[in-house]
Design a protein around this ligand. Structure first.
Ligand SMILES: NC(=O)c1ccc[n+]([C@@H]2O[C@H](COP(=O)([O-])OP(=O)(O)OC[C@H]3O[C@@H](n4cnc5c(N)ncnc54)[C@H](O)[C@@H]3O)[C@@H](O)[C@H]2O)c1
Length: 270
């Protein structure tokens, strides 16, 4: 699992530990990762931890090989690591857009591709890629994040089809969480001139409806049922439905609604 040091990844790891899984946990944040490992070990799980940045392709490939060598078999991979970013296209820097794509999209590609041969060899594999509600709908200020999460969805859905066509024993699920109470917004990047605290406040007050534990339970139920698409939260299902009924109407609705999600300008130092 990638991004196991916080939020949804941590809750998934703890839930899997309680179900008796042997776990390979990774994150770029060593302290967060160790804290997750302690909780999993307290539930009796065998845990391997690796500090890993999912954008470093060679490291991800080596990590997949080391995990296979360590456990002898790899049955499931959770490509969960991700970062949030808020900012209008006119304000954001190219390098910020690239960073969001690097972590959220290329991180999933690196992870899925590195583990795929091992999952096929297992005879009973599953790729679980974490996209977002913003991989189904878009909001103003979310162009980079949405682009990365739509890309995860496209990549993952095509991979699923390939596994079916080739009759490989690998299921593929794409996860679309609604608002989950994690530190994702607090760690988010923001475009120049915007107040990062305001982004986190808007997220905490208006969007973060569900606990990471609920998200983990929903994901693991979906994995057990071999769902291609796992939506988390009633709002994710409702907004997905609205988007399918009226894709352009949905865009207009969110453009209008975004006034209630307005992010404040950065405070000037006094
Ligand atoms: N929280 C939500 O409302 C929400 C909604 C939709 C989708 N998601 C997605 O769920 C996933 C998990 O997010 P979360 O909400 O638990 O956030 P989080 O910030 O609590 O956890 C994300 C984890 O990813 C790690 N990470 C960040 N960059 C990394 C990198 N380059 N390499 C390895 N690890 C890295 C962080 O250290 C952190 O531990 C993300 O992909 C996020 O986009 C979250």
């Amino acid at each position: 699992m990638t991004g196991a040091g916080s939020g949804i990844g941590r809750a998934l790891a703890v839930d899997l530990a309680a179900r008796g899984a042997r776990l390979a946990l990774s994150d770029v944040d060593r302290d967060g990762l160790e804290a997750t490992a302690v909780r999993c070990e307290a539930r009796g799980a065998e845990v391997r931890t690796d500090q890993l940045d999912v954008t470093e392709r060679e490291a991800v490939l080596a990590y997949a090989a080391a995990t296979r060598a360590h456990f002898g078999v790899v049955n499931q991979v959770y490509a969960n690591a991700g970062i949030a970013y808020y900012g209008e296209v006119a304000r954001e820097e190219f390098k910020d857009i690239e960073r969001v794509l690097d972590v959220n999209f290329w991180g999933v590609v690196n992870t899925a591709k590195a583990f795929l041969p091992h999952l096929i060899d297992s005879g009973d594999g599953h790729v679980v890629a974490v996209s977002s509600l913003f991989g189904l709908i878009t909001l103003p200020g979310q162009s980079s994040y949405s682009a990365s999460k739509f890309a995860v969805r496209g990549f993952t859905e095509s991979l699923r089809q390939e596994m079916l066509v080739a009759r490989h024993p690998v299921r593929v699920s794409c996860v679309h969480p609604g608002g989950i109470r994690t530190s994702v917004a607090r760690s988010a990047g923001v475009a120049d001139g915007l107040d990062p605290d305001s982004v986190a406040r808007v997220f905490d007050r208006r969007m973060a409806l569900h606990s990471p534990e609920m998200a983990a339970r929903t994901i693991l139920t979906g994995v057990r049922r071999q769902r291609a698409r796992i939506l988390i939260g009633g709002e994710a299902k409702l907004f997905d439905l609205l988007n399918r009924v009226t894709p352009i109407g949905s865009q207009r609705f969110w453009a209008w609604y975004s006034r209630f999600l307005a992010v404040a300008p950065r405070k000037q130092a006094s």
